[in-house]
Design a protein around this ligand. Structure first.
Ligand code: NDP
Length: 434
């Protein structure tokens, strides 16, 4: 806190990891001897830049751009870019720190990084978004590259924004260096199943957790929050596997559809004409739109928070448990507050933290990098099969490390932190004092 004043989210993320690592450090004195903790909490590099742009009325704006290159022990920095008014140095550092361990869990050769801007894309025209993306990339392009740092999308940055940023990068460096960004369009270097990857991976991780208790997804009722990339494809995969998703949300409110979410309608609203979730109930009169109350009060078997950080607090966690939830898996990063995590920890429900449960997106980004290096384009079946295998492996690693360090197989918080940390720490030691 003294070295990073005012960075509350970053402190929380670091505390969340470090508090679970005591047994790991006991079994590995070399990590303490070689100051791994002191090094791992310090980003290798932080880039902070000005993003000036002009709106459609000719008014000047200046936003802040960030890129934190946190750790390259396992590969080039890799992590998304977020455009949201809440983006700050603290938010980017918290996300970048978590990304190190998440990326390690995927088993791929990717280090950890994250970026973003406090730009608010809400209500901006397509040309404003394009100009902003071009200015953002003009500030960033010197510091990224296919073997150096590979950004991707996150909140507020989808295929359209990645496309505009890639176009500007190409223009600035004069080369078609496909591997510099992931989340590209499938026709020009993107991977099939990248759009679906985080949501599909989240459902795969949930399925693996349920398997340990002899259950599957068939006929389970599920609450999902958010209605963006992660939420929509989690809902799609749940429906494919016979589950019944009944909620979704955006920053204006949440929808409860007891009949099960009509995915085609939701996609049309959010992906085609970029509307609000309230539009859904106009077409589905039996569904309810709520601006008050909590989405987590809906009684469900499974909850998949997939909107923003801190969307579940201790009261929400208690309400979910009281209503009989069996499993909670995080699509969003740091979905649950620290005291909410304590509530889940003290219960016997299955709780999959984001760094394990939502790693499917970055895993397929790593597969996109592989396809770019080889100048190949794999089939959807191929990528989806690899994604499933990676999520199963992440679950196994979490369970094994949980067993090794806590004596029980289902402490996914401790298991994911330990598994990610050990892989990074061993690589850092092997590479000397860097
Ligand atoms: P999107 O921008 O596509 O969607 C975010 C969704 O969350 C939108 O529906 C947004 O609504 C909603 N939202 C924002 N604030 C609130 C709020 N206060 N209450 C309810 N809903 C809200 O982002 P993604 O789906 O890509 O990302 C969602 C989360 O998943 C983030 O935490 C991200 O870091 C994480 N994640 C994403 C990955 C990916 O591959 N995309 C990979 C791993 C993690 P509105 O339109 O009103 O803002």
């Amino acid at each position: 806190a003294v070295r990073n004043p005012g960075e509350a989210e970053f402190h929380e993320a670091v505390a969340g990891v470090l508090t679970t690592l005591a047994p790991v450090l006991e079994q590995h004195p070399e990590y303490q001897d070689e100051a791994i903790l002191e090094r791992i909490v310090e980003p290798e590099r932080v880039i902070h830049f000005r993003v000036p742009w002009i709106d459609d009325e000719g008014t000047y704006h200046v936003n802040r751009g960030y890129r934190v290159q946190f750790n390259s022990a396992l590969g080039p920095y890799k992590g998304g870019i977020r455009f949201h008014p809440t983006v700050s140095a603290s938010i980017v550092k918290f996300l970048g720190f978590e990304q190190i361990f998440k990326n390690a869990l995927t088993g791929q050769q990717i280090g950890g990084g994250k970026g973003g801007s406090d730009f608010n894309p809400a209500g901006r025209s397509n040309t404003e978004i394009m100009r902003f993306c071009q200015s953002f990339m003009t500030g960033l392009y010197r510091n990224i590259g296919a073997s150096m740092d590979i950004p991707a999308g996150d909140i507020g940055v989808g295929g359209r924004e990645v496309g505009y940023m890639y176009g500007q990068y190409k223009r600035l460096v004069g080369q078609f260096e496909a591997g510099v960004l992931t989340g590209k369009g499938v026709g020009w270097g993107g991977s099939r199943v990248r759009t679906e990857a985080t949501g599909y991976g989240l459902v795969a991780f949930t399925r693996e957790m349920l398997k340990t208790r002899g259950e599957d997804l068939e006929d389970q009722t599920v609450s999902v929050s958010g209605s963006g990339n992660v939420a929509i494809y989690a809902i799609e995969r749940l429906i494919q596997l016979g589950a019944r998703p009944v909620t979704f949300s955006d920053s204006s409110g949440w929808v409860y559809d007891a009949d099960g979410v009509d995915l085609d309608l939701l996609k049309e609203i959010k992906e085609v004409y970029r509307g609000r979730v309230a539009d859904y109930v106009e077409e589905r009169p039996r569904a309810e739109f709520h601006q008050r109350g909590s989405i987590w009060d809906v009684p469900v078997d499974i909850a998949l928070p997939s909107a923003v950080q801190h969307e579940i607090n201790a009261d929400h966690a208690r309400a979910l448990i009281k209503n009989g939830v069996k499993a909670v898996a995080e699509g969003s990063n740091m979905s649950t507050t620290a005291d909410g995590v304590d509530v889940f920890d003290d219960s016997d429900i299955l709780y999959g933290p984001g760094k394990a449960a939502n790693a499917g997106g970055v895993a397929v980004s790593a597969l996109e990098m592989q396809q770019n290096s080889a100048r190949q384009s794999w089939t959807a079946e191929d990528v989806a099969g690899r994604l499933d295998a990676i999520m199963e492996d992440i679950h196994t690693q979490c369970a094994e490390h949980s067993m090794q360090y806590t004596g029980r197989p289902d402490n996914y918080v401790a298991g994911s932190n330990a598994a990610g940390f050990v892989r990074v720490a061993d690589a850092m030691i092997a590479q000397g004092l860097v």
